[in-house]
Design a protein. Structure first.
Length: 366
């Protein structure tokens, strides 16, 4: 069963734009015995990760691009920075990463991420990049046949890519079933994701409801289901799924070398992003305004204090912009103005356009 999308490079580019969220680059890998992990190097990486969280990509690039014998951590951090500045350079370094670590699945996983980003930004070359992304994910699985993250990334590729680029719903379901053989809970999440893409929302909802009954999976289940409803513009359902996150918390893990770090980072990221999305639900629906304000306040506080990598989360500037919009909706003009005053730096053309329009609205009502 093939996906029946328009067989065009433009369609492929649009669909593959989700690759960045499918296979996010993390700034830390588990320790690798073949890589030097001296305290000095660790301290330097920690500083560079801090610059990355602040969006200071040029400083990260300047420190790492000429380093000889880069570790996987250094490659990953450099590529993360380059993806925010120059995708062609990111592609070049991703190829170098594979050449240097051809037996490490992480190199291919990262390479696939870059190829997905290239596909989303290049109409005429989208198909070629999409096929390269798929090939790298398949190679990553050959190297690490028990690594769930790679199976999930390849499954998501099959869900979003048109058939001309290799997308195939049957393959996606097989991958969900494979994930279930490795981890039953992950398999349930994968199957729910498949059902959502296959327009079987009731079956997906039943799985998410069951997962939400388990304390270990309830946060993620609510986040994923709420995010789906937000995208589908079913705002009451989205609020119902996401609002429990307001009262949830995640036990902090301080050491990135801890066996619990990856799970903690994902849970903390879901919790923060879920609160941001409650703000989006409030804005898009013109309902739940007070809860939306409280959620964004919690998001900003958490974003500024968390010890996880926040590169995949909306920036503090975006959160302040959305919070100012909600405060204006609540007729709190002074707080809307003071919130806008906290915005610092440039976030691109779309951000600037929204900010300009909001300032005009505030001025008219002041």
């Amino acid at each position: 069963m093939k996906l029946n999308y328009p067989a065009s490079q433009l369609a492929c580019a649009a669909l593959l734009s989700t690759m960045l969220s499918i296979t996010p680059l993390s700034t830390s890998f588990a320790a690798d015995s073949s890589v030097s992990t001296s305290s000095a190097k660790s301290a330097e990486l920690t500083n560079l990760e801090m610059y990355a969280r602040q969006g200071d990509w040029e400083r990260v690039i300047d420190k790492l691009e000429d380093v000889k014998g880069k570790s996987p951590e250094q490659y990953n951090l450099l590529i993360s920075a380059l993806m925010n500045t120059d995708l062609d350079d990111a592609e070049e370094v991703a190829e170098e990463f594979i050449a240097s670590y051809g037996n490490d699945y992480r190199a291919f996983h990262t390479h696939a991420n870059v190829m997905g980003a290239q596909a989303s930004s290049s109409i005429f070359s989208a198909l070629g990049y999409a096929k390269k992304a798929k090939s790298s994910l398949e190679q990553a699985i050959v190297i690490a046949p028990e690594e769930i993250a790679v199976y999930r990334a390849l499954m998501q590729f099959h869900l979003v890519a048109p058939s001309i680029a290799g997308g195939d719903m049957d393959e996606a379901k097989k991958l969900a079933e494979k994930i279930a053989t490795i981890d039953s809970v992950e398999g349930q999440f994968a199957l729910a994701s498949f059902y959502l893409k296959d327009d079987k929302e009731d079956q997906a909802r039943a799985i998410y409801d069951a997962l939400a009954q388990n304390e270990a999976s309830t946060l993620r289940a609510n986040f994923e289901l709420g995010s789906h409803y937000l995208s589908a513009e079913k705002y009451s359902h989205a609020f119902e799924a996401l609002s429990p996150l307001m009262d949830m918390s995640v036990a902090s893990v301080e050491s990135k070398d801890s066996a619990q770090w990856d799970e903690y980072e994902q849970r903390e990221s879901n919790l923060l992003y879920g609160k941001y999305r409650i703000g989006q639900v409030a804005l898009n629906s013109d309902k739940f305004t007070n809860t939306g304000i409280a959620a964004l306040e919690q998001y900003i506080d958490g974003f500024n204090t968390t010890n996880i990598d926040t590169a995949g989360l909306p920036s503090a500037n975006w959160a302040h912009l959305r919070l100012a919009e909600l405060r204006l909706n609540a007729n709190d003009i002074e707080k809307a103005k003071s919130t806008l005053a906290l915005i610092n730096g440039d976030e691109g053309e779309r951000f600037a356009k929204i900010l300009k329009a909001l300032k005009k609205k505030i001025k008219k009502r002041a």
